[in-house]
Design a protein around this ligand. Structure first.
Ligand code: TYM
Length: 365
């Protein structure tokens, strides 16, 4: 398996990853503190110091959330996982959320991505993020190419990271352009930004586990004598698989649901591609039942789309005992996704009017 911020491949063993990264599995005690199914049902599986973040909340100290997006394309369902978590944490713990948009990262890393195109994707992606329902005045969004104030923090951080650390942490290669080598300083500045902005406090970063190397390095830098900040906490999500059941939903190919997909596209893709844990004939399915644990439609319902625990459980057992057929399970998922996307696409239009209220402006000097 390979899991780095810029390359995920192979069969992922999440337990091994947690060990290798030196993180901690989310336990029942933590789950009890959380309300949202997305954070409780196992998709978020590991953390760093999230117990300390909860403790700070209990002691009525400042806490915040920070998570970002690299705008290389339009967004798909997988990209939403950290932002839905951030929104739930904002609602449950009444805290500020910071959302950096790393247009520079994707510009450096994607050979064919042109400068104006990446600026366009930033704007498009920001609308998708606002559409999830973040609170105005409590949510701060910025793009690296526009919010140039970030540079002064990144420069101070860059000075404390040696090239050999960056190379070992991110697998930099000599043929990479030099933008790749500097970018980690920018993302660490993002992760520490809530503290630069509000003063020293504990912030949590909900992300796909591929982003952890940035967090680990940010934690090392935080306590350096130049900064004397709190180590940021983290919540790690497993990847939403592609419709084919591959490890990670990604934009290439047909195994992906984009936030802009129409109801008929969603229906076509799920019916045609969603990997089924059902039997090959109805007769056999009724007799032997299906396997919800490998069925992509069930997995999507479990991660997010069926919010009601009781209904989810019923679907699980009906599928397992053969009462519910694969086609019927797919219909349930298609309806759920299309209802979510209809609401999302409406909110996205409304976000066009409120976008300015979320964007942090450069300081004037
Ligand atoms: P990006 O834009 O590639 O992805 C955004 C977030 O979505 C997660 N993700 C997924 N999660 C579940 N299932 C999937 N199939 C899936 N695909 C992507 C990613 O892990 C990520 O959390 N460098 C970052 C953006 C960034 C950032 C930050 C993140 C910039 N500054 C500060 C955290 C903190 C990136 O390129 O993510």
């Amino acid at each position: 398996m390979k899991v780095t911020p810029w390359d995920v491949s192979g069969e992922i063993d999440y337990n091994k990853l947690v060990k290798d990264f030196g993180a901690t599995l989310i336990d029942e005690k933590i789950k009890k503190r959380l309300k949202t199914p997305l954070l409780k049902r196992g998709n978020y599986f590991s953390h760093r110091d999230f117990d300390k973040w909860l403790e700070a909340y209990d002691k009525k100290k400042i806490i915040s959330v920070i998570t970002g997006r690299g705008p290389s394309e339009k967004m798909h369902l997988g990209h939403l996982i950290p932002f839905l978590a951030a929104k739930s944490l904002q609602e449950e713990f009444n805290c500020k959320v910071f959302i950096p948009i790393s247009d520079d990262e994707k510009f450096f890393v994607k050979e064919d991505l042109n400068f104006n195109k990446v600026l366009e994707y930033s704007k498009e992606n920001i609308l998708d993020i606002i559409a999830l329902g973040f609170k105005v005045n409590e949510t701060f969004i910025f793009e690296d190419f526009i919010y140039t104030d970030i540079y002064k923090y990144a420069a101070q951080i860059a000075k404390r990271i040696t090239y050999s650390t960056a190379k070992a942490t991110f697998g930099l290669k000599t043929e990479n352009n030099i933008g790749w080598s500097f970018y980690p300083a920018i993302q660490i500045a993002h992760i520490l930004f809530p503290q630069f902005y509000l003063g020293k406090h504990i912030s949590v970063v909900p992300v796909g586990i591929d982003q952890d190397p940035f967090i680990k390095l940010a934690r090392d830098i935080a306590t350096h004598k130049d900064f004397k900040l709190e180590k940021p906490a983290a919540l790690h999500a497993k990847f939403i698989p592609s419709l084919f059941g591959n490890i990670k939903m990604s934009s290439s190919g047909e195994g992906v649901i984009f936030l802009t997909d129409s109801p008929s596209e969603v229906k076509r893709k799920i019916n045609k591609y969603a990997f089924s844990g059902g039997q090959s004939t109805i007769k056999e399915h009724r007799k032997k039942g299906g396997n919800p644990d490998i069925d992509i439609s069930f997995q999507y319902l479990k991660i997010f789309f069926e919010q009601d625990d009781k209904r989810l459980e019923k679907i699980y057992y009906n599928y397992k005992n053969g009462t519910l057929l694969s086609g019927e399970l797919k219909i349930i998922l298609i309806e759920k996704i299309n209802a979510f996307l209809a609401e999302h696409q409406k909110n996205r239009e409304e976000a066009k009017r409120s976008i300015d209220k979320f964007i942090i402006k450069n300081s004037i000097r």
